[in-house]
Design a protein around this ligand. Structure first.
Ligand code: TMP
Length: 204
């Protein structure tokens, strides 16, 4: 594996993925290890514009439009990812597996279409490792309640989030060697240590 891997943090709302990606970036900064961190949708100027459009509570796009907008947001990040690939560590808060989990497992969009467009966008770029953060119903809704403002995708019911989380777990099962499941219902500090330990293995 490249010593400058692409590492993705996945999980449903309130699963702690953004907390952990921030911890990892602090660790890398402290150790003066070069990296970039982006999020999807968003991460670059144009992708952030698309993010605002998709997640705005007043938007009511259909599921196919949502899919194409998420992929458009990804397309806007690809030049930065391609430029940085194998030169620096790339941390991504959500990536291709979010599209499979939300648009396919959650919303029933054809998986083949998603895979085809992802392949078209990524070409030879490969994610090296994914931390999948999982959360139970109680913690999910407690964490969502604490948010200052909710976006359009923070407001689905448990049935939807269950489908998405189970979808992520199916992907983790298919890719056991390059996935680590982090149970966010357990001690956060222990999870931080677990992630840093795995990170060290990935970049050593
Ligand atoms: P965030 O709040 O974690 O940044 O994520 C924004 C929302 O976008 C989240 O509900 C998941 C959703 N999403 C998709 O549905 N498909 C995708 O491909 C991506 C990247 C995100």
């Amino acid at each position: 594996m490249s010593k400058k891997p692409i590492i993705v943090f996945e999980g449903i709302e309130g699963s702690g993925k953004s907390h952990h990606i921030n911890k990892v970036s602090n660790f890398l900064k402290k150790n003066k290890i070069k990296f970039i961190k982006i999020r999807e949708p968003g991460g670059s100027l144009n992708s952030e514009k698309i993010r605002r459009l998709i997640l705005n509570k007043k938007s009511n796009f259909n599921t196919h439009t949502d899919l194409l907008l998420y992929l458009a947001a990804r397309s806007e990040n690809m030049s930065l990812i391609k430029k940085t690939y194998k030169k620096k560590i790339i941390l991504i808060d959500r990536f291709t597996d979010s599209t499979i989990a939300y648009q396919h497992f959650g919303m029933g969009v054809d998986l083949k279409i998603i895979n085809t467009i992802n392949r078209f966008l990524l070409k030879n770029i490969k994610v090296n490792f994914t931390f999948l953060n999982i959360v139970n119903k109680k913690n999910l809704f407690q964490r969502l309640k604490k948010r200052k403002s909710l976006n359009r995708y923070d407001q689905f019911d448990m049935n939807f989030y269950n489908k998405v989380q189970n979808g992520f777990l199916k992907l983790a099962k298919l890719n056991k060697k390059s996935y680590k499941v982090i149970n966010s219902n357990l001690d956060i500090k222990k999870n931080e240590d677990l992630i840093v330990k795995q990170l060290k293995k990935l970049i050593k």
